[in-house]
Ligand binder design. Structure first.
Ligand code: FAD
Length: 310
């Protein structure tokens, strides 16, 4: 993994850097590129604009690595409010939600998994009531088994719950095989965390090759692949594989992040593909932002500015 990216990903969990960057005057402009805003209204506004452009949406209420039970409850409540507001606005058929289990209690000690499962069940029930779905984001590799276990439990009552698999992990081809069954919604991404060489490919070309192997498994399976990448070559390969497998255009979807390659999102939708945009909102944007900056090192100047302009 390039040194700069690794260093950035490490500071994505630093509390000191979080405070420095969050209060730097130069920050707002960069945040606005990747984050839809701080309030539910902001998320709804962005969702409406994307829906008008023929795109679907998955909304993330920002937050992760929660260490307090009240905070996990507050994040769960924010999702329940968001789902009710989506329904009121007539946007529940357009937008689902993406949830990080670490934001709703997964890391809260011995009872963390139970708390996160119960909170996720509340969110799934609310999504069911308004007629939409939930996808469970994937975080660093120390949580993969726990997260897939909770997804399996949620799927007993809510079979439409989406799982996320990260192509950079050595284990992921086997996970793709296990999750390629009928009706299984699986988002495939490259992976956004700093992972050790013992568990993950770190060479970008190796990650791309692993992504294609995973795509082949998902596209030839009976599930619903959600191809999450901005990489033009991988999007092209995904579409070609879907055609080779005689998949209808509504049997898979392409996903990209808010603010990244928006004209390509619109072009793919115009070509008749299902395109879903991941829309993050909220005040706790630091970790998300740093992962986006790590993917685009030309954004590094921002960090230097935020440190010296304090
Ligand atoms: P890259 O090779 O990183 O990028 C390809 C091209 O896209 C770049 O050359 C550039 O032109 C453009 N690009 C990519 N990133 C940026 C950026 N930040 N700013 C500007 N341009 C950029 N990761 C997880 O670990 N867990 C998840 O749950 C998860 N969910 C995701 C959901 C969606 C919908 C998407 C699209 C990604 C998600 N990711 C998740 C992030 C993913 O793992 C990658 O880190 C991220 O998508 C960058 O990889 P890439 O496939 O776009 O390829």
């Amino acid at each position: 993994m390039p040194v700069l990216r690794e260093a950035l990903l490490k500071i994505s969990r630093s509390k000191v850097m979080k405070s420095t960057v969050t209060h730097a005057p130069v920050t707002r402009r960069v945040v606005d590129r990747y984050v839809a805003g701080e309030t539910t209204d902001d998320a709804l506004r962005a969702t409406r604009a994307l829906a008008d452009a023929g795109l679907t949406v998955t909304i993330d209420h920002l937050g992760e690595d929660t260490t307090k039970r009240e905070q996990a409850g507050a994040t769960t409540d924010a999702y329940l409010d968001l789902l009710a507001r989506l329904s009121e606005a007539g946007l529940a058929a357009t937008a689902e939600v993406s949830v990080k289990l670490s934001a709703i209690g997964q890391l809260l000690g011995a009872h963390g998994e139970k708390i996160a499962t119960e909170n996720a069940q509340l969110i799934c029930e609310a999504a069911l009531e308004v007629g939409t779905t939930v996808t469970v984001d994937m975080e660093d590799h120390t949580t993969t088994d726990s997260t897939l276990g909770i997804v399996a439990e949620l799927r007993r009552d809510y079979p439409w719950v989406g799982a996320v698999l990260q192509a950079y992990l050595f284990r992921t081809e086997a996970d793709c095989e296990a999750l390629a069954g009928a009706g299984s919604r699986v988002r495939l991404c490259k992976g956004a965390y700093a992972e050790p060489e013992s568990v993950a490919h770190t060479d970008p070309a190796e990650i791309d090759r692993a992504y294609v192997r995973c795509l082949k498994i998902l596209m030839s399976g009976d599930g619903y692949p959600m191809v999450a990448t901005h990489d033009p070559r991988l999007v092209e390969i995904a579409v070609a594989l879907a055609e080779r497998e005689h998949r209808a255009k509504d049997s898979f979807e392409l996903q990209m992040l808010y603010g990244i390659r928006p004209s390509e999102q619109a072009r793919l939708a115009w070509l008749g593909h299902r395109v879903r945009v991941y829309v993050p909102y909220g005040t706790d944007w630091y970790g998300y932002l740093v992962r986006r900056l790590a993917e685009k090192p030309s954004n590094m100047r921002f960090f230097a500015h935020s440190l010296i302009s304090r």
